[in-house]
Design a protein around this ligand. Structure first.
Ligand SMILES: Nc1ncnc2c1ncn2[C@@H]1O[C@H](COP(=O)(O)OP(=O)(O)OP(=O)(O)O)[C@@H](O)[C@H]1O
Length: 351
């Protein structure tokens, strides 16, 4: 489902087929009042977003990550028109979000993992009916989209259940379907898998992949879960203290951060620390379980083969460094190393 009908009246002339999101030197400064002493209050500026620039092409799925308070939600709120930028230029599908928020609303979908946009007391299907009316979705398109969402997200048994009775994972699937019913060109997802169990996470990720492939929906995804990024996004942007510090592939980010992954192995019995596995060092032993750290940029396959060849292996798993530690490591070495970013391949870019 590409080739959507679009109303471009009044939109800036941009090549939408190419760049759906354009962000140029965008800033957001909040003025806050802070207590200074018993009676005095002083005004302070918080630069939540501090001059960021990027482009997202139609059909891309991009991860937007960073530590708490980095400026992710503020960016997304500016991209939806909820917040007005303090400076810079912003366009989504050629539209200035803050100037034409209502017009943009038809072309974007937003899902916040922590909140629901569904009607709490209504059964799921009634919420969808309201979405249909609000967005004036033609009958045939509505039925087709709903059918596909119900099928891919396993919603059939939930349609008659009031939203308040849904579990977090069920509600999240319901929310994602609601955001996609109007067939938006851009989908902003803020922590879509937070708090979900493994099965629900897999369902949500699988669905997003399908939607991206079938409809060409552009996705900007905020998450603290690196697996979301790994399974969905070929490109990741990292924001920290309001500035973009990385834009490129996940491998490049790992290489630039110099992070380590951990191979966790369960042996048949308690043994001395594993030795002689090239590129890995044993960092912890607890009974038959051992932890081996190795460079995040390196494949785990040769390590697994080496351990399996020399030790009685029962089970294993690979643990990723979390986003916070990756970013912390990125800064520990005095910032991003451009060579490391390049070494990760996938055009990683220090910014
Ligand atoms: N309405 C506001 N008024 C004042 N300061 C704000 C406001 N909204 C956000 N901030 C500040 O701006 C900075 C960026 O916040 P933002 O919510 O964008 O971060 P975030 O990356 O989304 O964090 P998290 O991962 O915790 O959701 C923080 O210092 C935050 O306290």
């Amino acid at each position: 489902m590409t080739g959507r009908a679009r109303d471009d009246e009044g939109a800036d002339a941009v090549d939408e087929a190419e760049q759906l999101i354009e962000v140029d030197g965008v800033e957001k400064v909040f003025t806050v009042r802070r207590r200074a002493g018993r009676l005095r209050r002083v005004r302070e500026e918080v630069r939540a977003v501090d001059g960021i620039s990027f482009r997202v092409a139609r059909g891309e799925m991009v991860g937007y990550i960073g530590p708490n308070g980095a400026g992710k939600s503020t960016t997304i709120k500016m991209l939806t028109g909820i917040l007005v930028p303090s400076g810079g230029r912003l366009r989504v599908a050629g539209i200035d979000p803050a100037q034409q928020r209502t017009r943009l609303a038809r072309r974007i979908g937003v899902v916040f993992g922590q909140r629901t946009t569904l009607w709490w007391d209504l059964p799921l299907k009634d919420s969808y009916e309201l979405v249909r009316r609000m967005y004036r979705i033609p009958d045939a398109a509505y039925r087709a989209h709903l059918e596909r969402c119900v099928e891919l997200l396993d919603l059939a048994p939930l349609l008659d259940v009031p939203v308040r009775q849904l579990s977090l994972g069920q509600r999240m699937r319901g929310d994602i379907a609601a955001a996609l019913l109007p067939d938006p060109e851009v989908l902003y997802l803020d922590e879509p898998t937070i708090g979900l169990d493994v099965v629900s996470k897999a369902k949500v990720r699988g669905f997003l992949r399908e939607v991206n492939a079938e409809r060409g929906t552009t996705v900007l995804l905020t998450t603290h879960d690196l697996t979301d990024i790994e399974q969905l996004c070929r490109r990741v942007m990292v924001i920290d203290h309001g500035r973009l510090v990385y834009d490129g592939g996940l491998d490049g980010l790992r290489a630039a951060g110099g992070g380590e992954r951990t191979l966790v192995v369960d042996l048949e019995r308690e043994l001395p620390p594993i030795e002689g596995v090239p590129g890995a060092r044993t960092v912890r032993v607890d009974g038959p379980r051992q932890w081996l750290a190795f460079p995040a940029s390196q494949s785990a396959a040769p390590l697994v083969a080496a351990v399996a060849a020399g030790y009685p292996l029962v089970d294993l798993s690979v643990r990723e460094p979390d986003i916070e530690s990756l970013i912390a490591e990125l800064y520990a070495g005095g910032g991003m190393r451009a060579d490391a970013a390049g070494a990760g391949g996938k055009d990683g870019r220090a910014l």
